[in-house]
Write a protein that binds this ligand. Structure first.
Ligand SMILES: [Zn+2]
Ligand SMILES: [Zn+2]
Length: 466
């Protein structure tokens, strides 16, 4: 059997690993590479393999850096099964069309420039129609339901605790060339332990070959326990000033995580009743999908949803889909919490809320997630005094607060803890999904903990015979 790292090697996005065994080609993830527009467009359009010759795809979870190039794979001739958990399929059915919209918008932006210089115009990498065709190829497989997916290959998903439906991929492979029976584990993205929404990443035994993420190699997250205290402080402080709290948040997972936390803090008496809005059609759709997958969450959350204590439907919470209702929020008087996307404040309805509220010193803008360099969110996080929002300049007078402990990824020590629960010989270990420096730090620590195995940072397009 062979494995080739076709993406997310030396970087965090564009997860794609190709396995060749018994004359078949199995692709683990088909993520979008995210970076500068021109470079991303180039990398995403050209697969280092023939899309039509891939037999099937196994998808670890819904995030666009893992799923976002599937519609392009389909456009280029792939017609096999895409194996994923039921929640991953459902989240992809809203996220892939949303990604198509962004692809179309990006190309429009590039074409405006190209028109001026006379360069030939570009087509979007894929369109909504490609995304819709992709959804039709999904075959769902629940956690712990072994499934034969190719000659000599059995797939089992186990929980990764990273996002609703996220999975670690276990492949039991009977290699006809060598006669060997081997187990390969692909971590996907691994979540932080002790999350109140999702279950912890599960342990796996008997692993011969391991492909593991390394996003936060060398980094240490704040303890989750501190998060609650900080949130209460930040919100109560704004409410005392009769101000609003504006929270840019990713529509999937982070928004639901926030709702769960707000609901709990209110139950604990730490937060008063305050009008709370989730203003993002994608976040509203995602929240409704969460309600369908009680099996993929902590049992306590599922039980709460079935009772009147629904954490995604608490008193005073309004989920806003309609554009007019969203515009109404501009005239809202008095204190409120508004959660809106996108999380990096690059696009979406959050921009209107920032325009409306950024100049009032009574308001607070609270960041709860990563913002890529040069995005509006990044500028606000980094103390810019003036920012441009939708073409106009605004003075930043609102209070800016940052809470980074909501991370969806295990940190350095948490990854080592996860690794210690992976049993078996672990003959070969490949680190992926990390900036090279981050991956190398975790690689050295894993090698030290596991001297018997060969541990290395995967290189882009590196191919290994196992
Ligand atoms: Zn992810
Ligand atoms: Zn990822």
């Amino acid at each position: 059997m062979k494995i080739q790292f076709c993406g997310a090697a030396g970087t965090t996005t564009g997860s794609q690993h190709l396995i060749e065994v018994n004359g078949q080609r199995i692709l683990l993830d088909c993520g979008l590479y995210q970076g500068r527009r021109n470079e991303a467009l180039e990398r995403n359009r050209h697969f280092p393999f023939d899309a039509a010759k891939i037999d099937c795809v196994v998808l670890s979870h819904c995030h666009i850096d893992h799923s976002g190039n599937l519609p392009n794979l389909v456009k280029q001739g792939f017609n096999g099964n895409i194996y994923a958990t039921p929640a991953t399929r459902d989240l992809c059915s809203i996220m892939l069309p949303d990604s198509a919209k962004i692809q179309e918008g990006d190309v429009e932006w590039l074409n405006k420039k190209r028109k001026k210089t006379g360069e030939p115009l570009l087509e979007p990498t894929y369109t909504n129609a490609d995304a819709e065709r992709t959804i039709g190829l999904f075959v769902t497989v629940g956690y712990h339901r072994p499934m034969h997916i190719a000659d000599g290959v059995k797939l089992t998903f186990i929980d990764a605790g990273h996002v609703l439906g996220s999975a670690q991929v276990v492949l039991d492979i009977n290699d006809h060339d060598t006669g060997n029976q081997r187990r390969l584990l692909f971590s996907g993205d691994v979540g932080r332990p002790n999350n109140d929404l999702l279950n912890d990443a599960e342990p796996c035994d008997g692993v011969d070959f391991l492909v593991m993420e390394s996003t936060y190699g060398g980094r240490h997250h704040e303890l989750a326990a501190h998060t609650s205290d900080r949130i209460c402080e930040i919100i109560n402080d704004a409410l005392e000033r009769r101000g609003k709290v504006i929270i840019p948040a990713f529509a999937v997972e982070r928004t639901q995580q926030l709702l769960l936390t707000l609901d709990r803090l209110r139950h604990e008496g730490c937060l008063p009743f305050v009008a709370t809005f989730v203003d993002s059609p994608l976040a509203v759709d995602a929240t409704n999908i969460f309600r369908l997958h009680l099996d993929a969450m902590k049992p306590t959350v599922g039980q709460a949803i079935y009772t009147k204590d629904d954490p995604f439907g608490f008193d005073g919470l309004e989920l806003v889909r309609d554009r007019r209702d969203s515009q109404e929020l501009n005239h809202l008087k008095g204190p409120a919490i508004i959660i809106s996307a996108s999380g990096m404040a690059e696009n979406g309805r959050i921009l209107h809320h920032l325009r409306n509220n950024i100049q009032n010193p009574n308001n607070t803008i609270l960041f709860v997630g990563y913002c890529a360099e040069n995005t509006l969110g990044w500028k606000l996080r980094n103390g810019f005094e003036k920012v441009n929002i939708l073409g106009d300049e605004f003075a930043v007078r609102a209070k800016i607060e940052i809470l980074d402990s909501f991370s969806g990824h295990a940190d350095h020590n948490e990854m080592l803890g996860w690794f210690s629960r992976v049993g078996g010989a672990k003959e070969r270990v490949f680190l992926v999904h990390g900036e090279r420096e981050r991956s190398q730090i975790l690689c050295d620590a894993v090698q030290q903990a596991h001297p018997a195995g060969k541990v290395e940072v995967a290189r882009l397009l590196q191919q290994e015979t196992l």
